[in-house]
Design a protein around this ligand. Structure first.
Ligand SMILES: C[S@@+](CC[C@H](N)C(=O)[O-])C[C@H]1O[C@@H](n2cnc3c(N)ncnc32)[C@H](O)[C@@H]1O
Length: 195
């Protein structure tokens, strides 16, 4: 069975690529768009310490890390079929490691909540900002938002996919909008200043 899987893997990859190309889905579509990225980088600025929850290929991580220190959190857990968001987990992971090599990145290869438990127990340091972009359900975003405890007052809290995922939008509208000051929105990226 395993041998068969290894043999048909290239074909599977090709068909997957073809499917995405036909549907017009960009292979990198889980990353932020160019205008979102510019907004994120300009708002976060330089010489800051920033947490990124959910890093995927590290496309945003490497750009944030150009002028900042990034605490990158991602468990890289594959689905049952060995895929992560439709792509082979090792492709994701290898690209991520390449993207963060020699960069100012501290990598927590674990879930957001496992990393939070460590931080809450041992590190306890407050940082300048957080970019939450992992699992896009209400419950997951609620959990990830526990990290806001470790954002300095006046620090930045960014959420991706607010407009495209009901769970994220409901949580952000219900819990973040009433408590924190909206700095701005670009497409599906909303950034707040912690009060
Ligand atoms: C939308 S992608 C992140 C995209 C990335 N921020 C970017 O801009 O390129 C979501 C990522 O969240 C990760 N993830 C899934 N569950 C997670 C969890 N519990 N904690 C942290 N990251 C998680 C996935 O492995 C995936 O790489």
């Amino acid at each position: 069975m395993m041998k068969l899987f290894i043999k048909i893997r290239p074909l599977y990859r090709f068909l997957k690529y073809l499917g995405r190309a036909i549907k017009g889905v960009d292979e990198k579509s889980m990353a932020v768009s160019k205008d979102e990225l510019i907004f994120l980088l300009e708002t976060f600025g330089k010489r800051k310490e920033i947490i990124e929850v959910g890093c995927a290929r590290g496309q945003t991580t490497k750009r944030l890390a150009k002028y900042n220190q990034v605490i990158a959190i991602d468990p890289f857990i594959p689905d049952k079929d060995g895929l992560l968001m439709g792509t082979y987990i090792e492709d994701f992971y290898k690209t991520f490691l390449k993207n963060i090599a020699n960069k100012n990145v501290i990598f927590y290869n674990m879930t957001s909540m496992d990393a939070f438990k460590i931080w809450d127990k041992k590190v306890k340091r407050k940082v300048d900002g957080i970019f939450i972009d992992a699992v896009h359900t209400y419950e997951a975003v609620k959990e990830d938002s526990q990290w806001i405890k470790y954002i300095k007052t006046g620090g930045l809290i960014a959420f991706h996919d607010v407009a495209y995922h009901n769970g994220v939008r409901h949580f952000v509208e219900g819990f973040i909008v009433p408590k924190h000051k909206l700095v701005g929105k670009v497409r599906s990226l909303w950034i707040f200043k912690k009060k």
